[in-house]
Ligand binder design. Structure first.
Ligand SMILES: Nc1ncnc2c1ncn2[C@@H]1O[C@H](COP(=O)(O)OP(=O)(O)OP(=O)(O)O)[C@@H](O)[C@H]1O
Length: 329
C-alpha cells in the first residue's frame, strides 16, 4: 500500500499544498483531478521525492520514501515517474531509449521486453528511429515505455496522454490501463481529462487550491458529485436553481444536472427557448434560456431550431440526489 500524507508544502514562502492524505492499495489506480494550478503535479513530485516537504510522510509498504534531502539521486527504485518533460536521449533510437532502463542482469530477455513495450505503445515501426526525429506525441509514448521498462511497483503519471492525438490516445489508454492492472502496478495519475479517469480509475482525489476537497470511487463522484467544481471535472454541468423547478422551494438550493440527464416533455417542465445548438457527433448540445433569462445546457439526439420552445424535465430521483446549497461551488 502507498500511504501519502502531506501536511503542508510551500514553494519559497507560498503555501501550495495543505492537509492531503490518501492511500492506494497495491494494483489500484487513483486519479488526482482538479483545475490547472490546483497542485496535482506537485503531489506527484513530492511522492517521487523530487520535492522536499516540510511536514508529512510517504510510505510504500513499510518503507518510508525519504525525499531529496536524503537521496543523492531523486526517486526510489520501486517507483517511476512520467513527468510532463519526457527526459529522453534525443540522439539515440527508440529501442535504445527503452533498453537503457532494463536491468543488466536480464540482458538475454531485453529484445523480447523491448518488443513487448513497443507493441504496447504502438511504435514498432519506429524502433530504429532516433528520438529527436519523433513527434511530441510519439516522444511521450517512448517516455511511457521507458518508465514501464523495469516494471515499477508504483507508477506516477503526469498528464500521460497530453501530447497524443485522440485516435492513438484511445487505443493507448485501453492497452496501458489493461497492462497496469494485469501486472498489479499501483498507479497515481494527474489528469484533466475525464476520459483518462472515468473508465479506468478506481478512485479519484479532487484537489482545489492545494487541498483535497473530495475523495471517493470515480463512479460515486460522477453520479453524486458533492459540488459544482467536482461535477464540472467531468464536462458540462448545469446548476439549476430549485426555484425554477418548484416555485415554493427554498431559494438557497440548486440542482446539479448534466446535459444528458434532462428529459423532454410536450407541455410541462422547465420552459426554455433554444438559442444555440452545437453538433457533438453523437448528439447535439443545446443552449436554452428560461423566461427569467437563465441558461441551461441540454442534449438532444437531433438538432433543434433556434427560437424553438422546449420543455425540460429532471427526473425526481436526480433532483433528490443532486440538491446542493447554492454557494457550493
Ligand atoms: N517551481 C515552482 N515555483 C513556484 N511555484 C510553483 C512552482 N511549480 C508550481 N508552482 C505553483 O504551484 C501551484 C500548483 O502547481 P501544479 O503544477 O502542482 O498544479 P497542477 O494542478 O499540476 O496544474 P496543471 O494541471 O496546469 O499541470 C501553482 O500555483 C503553481 O503556480
Amino acid at each position: 500500500m502507498l500511504r501519502v500524507r502531506i501536511d503542508s508544502f510551500s514553494y519559497e514562502n507560498q503555501k501550495i499544498l495543505e492537509d492531503i492524505s490518501f492511500q492506494v492499495e497495491k494494483g489500484e489506480y487513483i486519479a488526482l483531478m482538479g483545475e490547472s494550478g490546483s497542485g496535482k503535479s506537485t503531489v506527484l513530485k513530492i511522492i517521487y521525492g523530487l520535492l522536499h516537504m516540510e511536514k508529512g510522510s510517504i510510505f510504500w509498504q513499510d518503507k518510508q520514501a525519504l525525499g531529496p534531502n536524503f537521496n543523492l539521486v531523486p526517486g526510489e527504485s520501486y517507483m517511476k515517474f512520467l513527468s510532463q518533460d519526457f527526459d529522453l536521449m534525443p540522439f539515440t533510437t527508440v529501442e535504445e531509449n527503452i533498453a537503457e532502463h532494463l536491468s543488466v542482469f536480464t540482458r538475454e530477455s531485453h529484445d523480447t521486453r523491448v518488443a513487448e513495450l513497443l507493441q504496447l505503445i504502438g511504435l514498432e515501426a519506429y524502433a530504429k528511429t532516433k528520438v529527436k526525429n519523433l513527434s511530441g506525441g510519439q516522444q511521450q509514448r517512448v517516455a511511457l515505455a521507458k518508465v514501464l521498462a523495469q516494471e515499477p511497483e508504483v507508477l506516477l503519471l503526469d498528464e500521460p496522454f497530453g501530447h497524443i492525438d485522440n485516435f492513438k490516445r484511445n487505443i493507448l489508454r485501453r492497452n496501458l490501463f489493461a497492462y497496469l492492472k494485469e501486472k498489479g502496478i499501483t498507479v497515481v495519475t494527474a489528469s484533466h481529462d475525464p476520459n483518462d479517469v472515468l473508465p479506468y480509475a478506481d478512485r479519484m482525489l479532487v484537489l482545489k487550491d492545494g487541498r483535497a476537497i473530495a475523495h471517493n470511487t470515480t463512479r460515486e463522484l460522477f453520479e453524486n458529485p458533492p459540488d459544482y467544481y467536482v461535477a464540472s471535472l467531468f464536462g458540462e454541468v448545469n446548476q439549476v436553481p430549485i426555484q425554477l423547478l418548484k416555485a415554493y422551494a427554498p431559494m438557497d438550493k440548486l440542482v446539479l444536472i448534466y446535459p444528458h440527464e434532462f428529459k423532454f416533455s410536450d407541455a410541462s417542465g422547465l420552459k426554455v427557448e433554444v438559442v444555440n445548438s452545437y453538433y457533438k457527433g453523437t448528439h447535439f448540445l443545446n443552449e436554452g434560456t428560461t423566461e427569467t433569462g437563465f441558461s441551461i445546457y441540454f442534449n438532444s439526439p437531433t438538432p433543434l431550431s433556434l427560437g424553438n420552445i422546449v420543455f425540460l424535465n429532471i427526473p425526481l430521483e436526480k433532483v433528490n440526489l443532486r440538491l446542493r446549497p447554492k454557494d457550493s461551488d
